[in-house]
Ligand binder design. Structure first.
Ligand code: NZQ
Ligand code: ZN
Length: 384
């Protein structure tokens, strides 16, 4: 196990009826901007609860943050905040609203062109404080330092990481997820699953806690994911999915171990070029990725086959094949398709995506940095 420092300062307020807790978390004197997406929060009663909690406070709202939030939209919020002297942000929505709000929080005090935070890795020295009311378990954004932002005019989708944008608190009320359409339920479970895989499916580091926590999250998603589709109003199921998604990417399982993230890097290029949902891209890439890299990942694939899928018989290769096929079948059971053709993309723009991948520093990817561009192309070809 490698040396590490673990610090996650996000106060997670979990459970039914907890939205009212935002009142105590946000200072009474704060001038608050509530950020939201396309309006789902008005239909499912979440915004009403937020409004009730903040009644009598100085509050403004900024809506229209898109799935795969864009720089263009977010910069409008930055202008509004600078003009109005807003000093606290409350993100109400899914990962896109949270990520968008993190970028806004960093961009407001940033000196210079905020796009540099994404394109040049410019340091984020300060950010406005952020609170979150999460409505879509998937990204882990409510409890991490990451944000992924797109720029429509250039076709870029880029991430930044900064401890400055850790939310101060995050309310996770599983009831808010009852209104999710099946597509987003499936997306969320697949995204969380792949977050675990990016930190687990590498090579052994004798990190038993990280491995077993990771396997526990995978098993929970396999057990509860399909039930969330079948029994959308089952509170216990929703609660388990929600906590699993947070635990998948709040830093805990990734400490002291090698990490991969090649599936995400390629997935972001697919979204940028073809507009697929984030989790759809992961479901396309991961099974092909595991096939291409089965030798480098052999020991962990065997461990995964046994501990997660219960595959103990047959040759090593048969167990690995079985685990990869079960992974694909699980994604399909969550109604997330696993090939380009399933999304009506007969001729994926491989050259464009790979050129962008290189531009974004992805010429070599993976836990050993040995996923060359040729191999990334092979992954994409296998996923046709
Ligand atoms: O915009 P509204 O109207 O709110 O509707 C949203 C949106 O259309 C809807 N939705 C959310 N909660 C709902 C709901 N509909 C009904 N009931 C609810 N309770 O769902 C749609 C998708 O929302 P979005 O926020 O885009 O989904 P998700 O949470 O999957 O976030 C995806 C974004 O997060 C990034 C992705 O790249 C993508 O841009 N990621 C962020 C990460 C991070 N910060 O650590 C890591 C991830 O790997 C990922 O890259
Ligand atoms: Zn993801």
């Amino acid at each position: 196990m490698d040396n590490f420092t673990f610090h996650n300062p996000v106060r997670v307020i979990f459970g039914e009826g907890q939205i009212k807790a935002v009142a105590a978390e946000i200072p009474a004197s704060a001038k608050v901007l509530i950020t939201y997406g396309g309006g789902s929060v008005f239909k499912n009663g979440v915004m009403d609860q937020v409004d009730a909690a903040l009644a009598g406070r100085t509050v403004m709202k900024f809506g229209g943050i898109e799935p795969n939030p864009t720089y263009e939209t977010l910069m409008k919020a930055v202008a509004l905040i600078r003009e109005q002297g807003i000093d606290y942000l409350l993100a109400v929505g899914g990962g896109s609203v949270l990520d968008g709000t993190k970028f806004i929080a960093a961009a407001v005090p940033f000196k210079g062109e905020p796009w540099d935070i994404l394109s040049k890795g410019a340091a984020v020295e300060s950010a406005l404080p952020i609170g979150a009311v999460l409505t879509l378990p998937a990204t882990g954004s409510e409890s991490n330092t990451a944000a992924v932002i797109s720029r429509s005019e250039t076709g870029d989708k880029l991430a930044f990481l900064s401890p400055q944008v850790f939310p101060r608190f995050a309310v996770l009320d599983p009831l808010t997820t009852y209104s999710l359409p099946p597509r987003q339920v499936g997306n969320g479970v697949v995204d969380a699953f792949v977050h675990v895989m990016e930190q687990y499916m590498t090579f052994p580091a004798d990190a038993k806690i990280q491995d077993r926590f990771a396997e526990g999250i995978l098993l929970t998603l396999i057990e509860e994911g399909p039930r969330a589709l079948a029994e959308p109003q089952n509170y216990a199921v929703r609660a388990n999915v929600m906590w699993a998604a947070t635990m998948a990417l709040n830093g805990l399982i990734g400490v002291g171990v090698p990490q991969d993230w090649a599936t995400h890097a390629i997935g972001h290029e697919i979204t940028a070029r073809h507009g697929l949902d984030h989790a759809q891209t992961l479901a396309i890439v991961l099974p092909a990725m595991l096939r291409v890299r089965r030798e480098g990942k052999r020991a962990k694939l065997l461990q995964y086959a046994e501990r997660v899928w219960g595959l103990r018989d047959g040759s090593e290769d048969a167990r690995i094949d079985g685990a990869i096929e079960k992974t694909r079948a699980f994604f399909e059971s969550m109604q997330v398709k696993t090939r380009f053709a399933d999304y009506g993309i007969a001729d994926p723009a491989f050259d464009t995506m790979l050129a962008k991948l290189v531009e974004h520093g992805g010429a070599k990817l993976g836990e050993r940095g040995d996923l060359t561009l040729e191999l990334s192309r092979k992954v994409l070809e296998l996923a046709r």
